[in-house]
Design a protein around this ligand. Structure first.
Ligand SMILES: [Zn+2]
Length: 303
């Protein structure tokens, strides 16, 4: 809302400065060096982050679908097998709507804390949980996202899991924009119980600012590392705060000139196949991983 207000003032100034007519400033034009802005929207912890009853889970899904359709977004979602219980129909509705689904393990283990063998078994179990609906929807490709983006804090663990995923033809899906939407969601749920709608609006503004800050940081890293904007992959969760504020977020992205692309399209960006030598406990985006990777291993900076 504050941004819309700001844009209104700038529009007014533009009219004044140009004598009130003729050449108005196109405020929606992409900033210099930021043409071809593309983004894939992804959601983790499907069917829905489990703190709601069935009716709420259906409503959250409907709200998210409504917004995705409104903005013409084909998204990707990553399923936690243990979250499914009676909600297999919610996952089928993602597939029916043309979205892509991937495996996010069965019980969301943290590879920084559990042995690789246990983690691999959990990937298998997660696969079993969604295999039938993927086959029914004729989605042949298998995608995987690491819980918390933790890819292993020892060389052996990282390699064991990566080797397993490769042998199983999994396509690992990193992100370029990591967010703390889960933390804002916890606050949202607490405020929601008090029924204080003003506080919800305030939190919504803070949440949108947070996501836009993360986007700007990712754009800056992309520019600094590669001299261009990557095909961005945004990480969100299928949760309550996004059921309410996703439309505001997408309106912000669209106003910057972003076009929404599918997961397969995003993954054609070579950044997602660059060497990632980071070993450690942090959940990092692909761009943050490149910062930590030996520069000699990276291809020459793109121009
Ligand atoms: Zn997750």
């Amino acid at each position: 809302m504050r941004r819309v207000y700001l844009i209104s003032i700038i529009s007014l100034l533009a009219v004044v400065l140009t004598g009130g007519g003729g050449s108005q400033v196109d405020l929606r034009a992409a900033p210099a060096g930021k043409e071809n802005l593309e983004m894939c929207i992804t959601f983790d912890d499907l069917p829905v982050v489990r703190v709601h009853d069935r009716i709420q889970r259906l409503m959250i899904t409907d709200d998210i679908f409504y917004t995705l359709e409104e903005f013409g977004v084909i998204a990707a979602g990553f399923v936690v097998g243990d979250n499914i219980e009676g909600d297999l129909d919610i996952l089928e509705s993602w597939l029916d709507a043309g979205h892509t689904l991937g495996n996010h393990t069965f019980s969301h283990p943290d590879l920084s804390e559990v042995p690789a063998e246990l983690f691999i078994n959990d990937i298998r179990k997660g696969e079993e949980a969604i295999e039938k609906i993927l086959v029914a929807a004729k989605q042949k490709k298998r995608y995987f996202r690491y819980p918390s983006l933790h890819t292993g804090n020892t060389f052996n663990a990282k390699e064991a899991v990566a080797d397993f995923l490769e042998a199983q033809d999994y396509i690992v899906v990193p992100v370029s924009i990591d967010t703390d939407d889960f933390a804002y969601n916890l606050q949202y749920e607490k405020i929601e119980q008090t029924g204080d709608s003003l506080k919800i609006i305030q939190l919504g503004n803070e949440y949108i600012d947070h996501i836009m800050e993360r986007l700007e940081a990712a754009e800056q890293l992309s520019e600094d590392l590669l001299g261009r904007q990557v095909k961005h992959i945004l990480l969100l969760h299928a949760n309550r705060i996004n059921s309410t504020f996703l439309a505001d977020l997408l309106a912000e992205f669209s106003a910057l000139g972003y076009k929404y692309i599918s997961l397969d399209n995003a993954l054609t960006d070579p950044v997602y196949s660059m060497p990632d030598t980071y070993i450690g406990p942090k959940g990092l985006s692909i761009l943050e991983r490149l910062v930590k990777t030996d520069p000699d291993m990276l291809p020459a900076r793109e121009k």
